[in-house]
Ligand binder design. Structure first.
Ligand SMILES: [Zn+2]
Length: 75
């Protein structure tokens, strides 16, 4: 089973793209509701956690942990 883990500052990929064409969002506030900011147009929206999780496709990169180096780029 897959658990979606995300935290403040994470860049997440949403299932539906924003009207501006970008579907990458940055989590700028975490709570009962989650505020995400569109990476493309900087527009931010507040969505209930359940709704956010249903729209979340995957976490692209975490703010806390450095991106894992899997082969490419690693020296
Ligand atoms: Zn946008």
């Amino acid at each position: 089973m897959e658990k979606k883990e995300y935290q403040l500052g994470d860049i997440v990929l949403m299932k539906k793209p924003h009207p501006c064409g970008t579907n990458e969002m940055e989590i700028i506030r975490l709570g009962m509701d989650i505020r995400i900011k569109c990476v493309g147009c900087k527009h931010s929206v507040l969505v209930p956690r359940a709704k956010f999780e249903s729209k979340l496709k995957k976490v692209l990169r975490s703010a806390a942990s450095p991106a894992p180096m899997e082969g490419e780029g690693a020296q």
